[in-house]
Design a binder for this molecule. Structure first.
Ligand code: FES
Length: 383
């Protein structure tokens, strides 16, 4: 096997490692939108090569054989891949429950019908705001009316209507209107995802992070609406971890459940893992999914508890949150082994308050710097 530094024979016994359940296929980094909170890596332009159709089919087959049941097609914008219907059909033949995670941009009634015939189970459409002006500003592309038309078509073709709105300081004041819009569009599920500060969102954090008061007010509005539409629409409110005092159990624990494949074939335990120092993530062109999942150093890096240091190693909550998010620990403290600074027990917890204060100062500044939109020009500038 090439690149022997990527495997760890001591873990080849596979004791106690459960197989992946969720496979996220990031088909491409190409995207017509330019959202400033995109979770793709800032330097995505460095990874231009994409797996071909046969590579993806092999990956899907191997992961399904191991036990993966849920499959997300995402990106970038997965609709830019011409072979999407063929991959959906392959996923259906393998018995996956498949989900298309899309901006809706470029989705037509004909394509929706084609994907339905191919066996797609679920479409999640993102929308940026409740008004054309703000939606198109955040998306960096005129797309509001098209997204709403797509939402109606998704419903018309018998899919569950899943709407996703990423919440941040630019749109949090629209919470009542966003909820009404979701109801009008006939959404069965509404995901209100407070921005997670990785990738482009990390670069734009001063401009995107709302105050605690804004979060609390928005949450109250969403909770009240949840009761009003109970039985008709389900609302998931993804809590903002910057205002929590315990970290999230990121990825349900590293290498336990989730497997992400980046457009160039790099296999990741989470979408940001390739940004961690020395991670040298394996590629599906060189290894089987089984080798990658059980034997690669990357997937074994933060499995279990041995890698932890204090305060995580002696913490009685470590089996609940696994020390929080490794990528957030690295981004905020420079140490990927440290407790996630979101945790109030972390010696680095002060950086969270500093980030909140910095965002507040930015909002009050007369000449607040502009958002950095996710596009190839900015990617090259920042890489
Ligand atoms: Fe990488 Fe949380 S995003 S561990």
């Amino acid at each position: 096997m090439a690149g022997s530094n990527k495997t760890n024979p001591t873990t080849a016994l596979r004791t106690g490692i459960t197989p992946p359940r969720w496979l996220l296929a990031e088909l491409t980094y190409a995207c017509p939108l330019q959202c400033p909170y995109c979770a793709n890596p800032i330097d995505y332009t460095k990874y231009q090569s994409e797996l071909d159709t046969e590579d993806w089919k092999r990956v899907l087959t191997q992961a399904r054989k191991m036990g993966a049941v849920q499959l997300g097609f995402s990106g970038g914008e997965p609709l830019t891949r011409k072979d999407l219907p063929e991959l959906v059909k392959h996923a259906r033949d393998l018995g996956y429950y498949s989900n298309l995670i899309t901006s809706g941009y470029g989705l037509t009634e004909e394509k929706i019908a084609q994907l339905k015939d191919a066996g797609l189970d679920h479409i999640q459409v993102s929308i940026q705001a409740s008004t054309q002006e703000l939606n198109d500003h955040i998306a960096g592309t005129e797309s509001f009316q098209h997204k709403k038309d797509v939402a109606h078509l998704v419903k018309k073709h018998g899919y569950p209507m899943v709407l996703c709105v990423v919440i941040h300081r630019e749109n949090i004041h629209q919470m009542p209107q966003i909820l009404e819009m979701a109801e009008e569009l006939g959404a069965d599920y509404l995901e209100l995802a407070n921005t997670q500060y990785y990738g482009w969102a990390h670069a734009n954090r001063d401009l995107l992070l709302p105050t605690k008061e804004q979060f609390e007010q928005a949450e109250q509005i969403a909770q009240a609406f949840k009761e009003k539409v109970a039985g008709k629409m389900k609302i998931y409110y993804v809590v903002p971890d910057f205002y929590e005092d315990r970290p999230k159990a990121c990825m349900n624990g590293w290498g336990t459940t989730f497997l992400t494949i980046a457009p160039d074939g790099v296999a990741l335990p989470c979408h940001s893992a390739r940004e961690l120092p020395g991670m040298d993530c394996p590629n599906v062109k060189d290894y089987s999914i089984e080798q990658i999942w059980y034997e690669s150093l990357t997937f074994n890096f933060f499995r279990g508890f041995e890698w932890m240091k204090e305060p995580c190693s002696s913490c009685d909550e470590k089996e609940k949150d696994f020390g929080g998010c490794r990528c957030q620990a690295y981004l905020l403290s420079g140490d990927m082994y440290a407790a996630d600074p979101v945790c109030s027990k972390s010696p680095n917890h002060h950086v969270i308050q500093e980030a909140i204060d910095s965002a507040k100062a930015s909002a009050l500044a007369d000449n607040e710097k502009p958002l950095i939109f996710r596009n190839s020009k900015n990617s090259r500038l920042l890489s």
